[in-house]
Design a protein around this ligand. Structure first.
Ligand code: NOJ
Length: 540
């Protein structure tokens, strides 16, 4: 077993975690101040969203210097201190590696702009115009064309994300070596690994309009492994929106010497209309959700490893999305937690999830910060959609939902900052905050803490097999785990109705290992599951 197979990872989005100097922006000293919280929860690693120097066109995912810290966040000394202080608590720092693209303000791109003969020109993807316009109709993930015209050289450069995020040309071996040197700089600092931003894009072949899963993708990852993290005991997790259970083992089968695991997004797409964008909403169907998890739990092969998550900085808060963020906020939060954390794989907790933070609806686009959201709004307005309809999509899916500052206390600005927060907080600070959660033994926080501890104490959670039960039931999500002669049943009512359910013909009392209501024993012959009532128990 590798350490990361037993681990739980906590994601920190630094801008919104804790401000230590009153400028309204979270920073590294703020994270250090709050390490106690993460330690108390029991997480083994922190995935730190980017803290590098960046013009912040995409909140740090547009990096202008990979080996410098953004002054908003602090200094390299602060970063070294964070790595060291986390380590004394047994917490590893996993850095975000964004190497599909750089910022247009990165020195490589600034050089490349000097002209076709510049040695850095080929670090990026340039093409001549075709018939006086862009080489093809590839679209940017953030709306509009993926090609930007450079007047000076009369060529276009590729940007799958914003035009301030030019794509790196992975065909160029010198560029690859510079990336590996940079990775080794961080590895030598003693980090715990890398989360690899949109890594399945690096093998792109733009002329054939291949943006994910390109032919050389796995060659590059294998080369990267051998040149960098393969020589360290670290974890790596690839962000792969194009992953399927069939291609997942290509990344995570240890024999192939690529990554520890990947993030798959199949479940994340279940509330969008097929073939359309994430903004085109539809209801999530629980039966489909179960099918997707079942597939990923059972079909990636014995050697490959899963990651498990409901939320990150790109997705809305799960309670508002598929749970209940009002009357059953606490119960639904616990249900999602128990369901996910007792599956096989490495669970990720996104900051604020452990206290049940919720989405923050906006009423006008001026309240949004995120580039993807703003570009989407403008594009849809031009296409003739109504403002109401666009805002409905934004409130359901917009990335700002997850990016609002953490509520630590019920003080002004939730104890996040003494200044003006860079992005307004969710209004429910008094009701939802860390201080309150810690004072209540029945809070969502302690369910997460308990789940992390259960994982440490019970090899069945890490190693056991997974069998989905009642796949067609529209409201019950249940599964069985088995390891040696132990069997666990996990059963969740994922609806707002009370559901009677019989699992045995005869009365059979069992003791819950963990539950979402304060209930310790259940009769399997007469389960009456209240809204979001969820429990796990050993069965024979
Ligand atoms: C995925 C990151 O998670 C997201 O926040 C970012 O906008 C894109 N990659 C581009 O780097």
């Amino acid at each position: 077993m590798k350490w990361w197979q037993n681990a739980v990872v906590y994601q920190v989005y630094p801008r919104s975690f804790q401000d230590s100097n009153g400028d309204g922006i979270g920073d590294i000293q703020g994270i250090i101040e709050r390490l106690d919280h993460i330690e108390k929860l029991g997480a083994d690693a922190i995935w730190l969203s980017p803290v590098y120097r960046s013009p912040n066109d995409d909140n740090g995912y547009d990096i202008s210097d990979y080996q410098a810290i953004h002054p908003d966040f602090g200094t390299m000394e602060d970063m070294d201190q964070l790595i060291a202080e986390a380590r004394t608590r047994g917490i590893r720092i996993v850095m975000d590696l964004v190497v599909n693209h750089t910022s247009d303000e990165h020195k490589w791109f600034q050089e490349a702009l000097k002209g076709k003969d510049d040695p850095y020109r080929d670090y990026y993807v340039w093409r001549d115009p075709v018939n006086g316009s862009a080489p093809n109709d590839l679209r940017s993930t953030f709306s509009g064309p993926a090609w930007e015209y450079d007047e000076q050289s009369s060529q276009y450069y590729l940007h799958i994300f914003s035009k301030k995020q030019p794509d790196l040309n992975w065909e160029n071996p010198k560029m690859r070596q510079e990336v590996y040197d940079m990775m080794n700089f961080w590895l030598d600092k003693g980090i715990g690994g890398f989360r690899m931003d949109v890594i399945d894009h690096i093998g792109k072949v733009p002329d054939e309009k291949i943006v994910v899963n390109g032919p050389k993708l796995h060659d590059y990852i294998q080369e990267m492994n051998a040149a960098t993290f393969g020589n360290y005991d670290v974890m790596t997790v690839g962000e792969t929106w194009g992953a399927t259970p069939e291609n997942a083992p290509l990344y995570s089968d240890p024999d192939r010497k690529e990554l520890s695991m990947i993030f798959q997004f199949e479940h994340i797409g279940l509330d969008e209309q097929p073939g359309k964008s994430k903004w085109d909403l539809r209801e999530m169907d629980l039966v489909e959700l179960k099918q997707v998890f079942n597939k990923w739990q059972t079909e990636i092969g014995e050697n490959s490893w899963n990651s498990l998550f409901w939320n990150n900085h790109d997705t809305p808060r799960i309670l508002s999305r598929w749970g209940n963020d009002q009357e059953y906020r606490v119960q639904s939060a616990k249900a999602f937690a128990i369901l996910l954390h007792l599956m096989k794989g490495t669970p990720y907790i996104y900051q604020g999830e452990e206290i049940g933070m919720v989405n923050t609806p906006i009423t006008a686009i001026s309240q949004a910060d995120d580039i993807e959201t703003i570009n989407f709004y403008n594009e849809r307005l031009e296409e003739g959609y109504s403002k109401e309809e666009i805002l409905r999509s934004i409130n359901a899916k917009g990335r700002d939902n997850a990016r609002r500052p953490i509520h630590w206390t019920n003080e002004k600005h939730g104890g996040f900052t003494t200044g003006e927060p860079w992005l307004a907080l969710n209004p429910r600070v008094e009701e939802i905050n860390v201080e309150k959660a810690l004072a209540d033994k029945e809070s969502i926080f302690y369910t997460y803490k308990r789940l992390i501890q259960l994982r440490k104490d019970n090899p069945i959670i890490v190693k056991g097999s997974f069998t989905l039960r009642f796949p067609d039931h529209p409201a019950i999500f249940a599964y069985k785990r088995e390891w040696e002669d132990e069997k666990w049943l996990v059963i969740a009512n994922m609806s707002e109705e009370t559901i009677p359910f019989a699992l045995t013909k005869e009365p059979k009392e069992i003791k819950a290992i963990i539950s979402s209501y304060e209930k310790e024993t259940y009769d399997l012959n007469q389960l009456v599951l209240r809204p979001y009532e969820t429990f796990a128990a050993k069965i024979k």
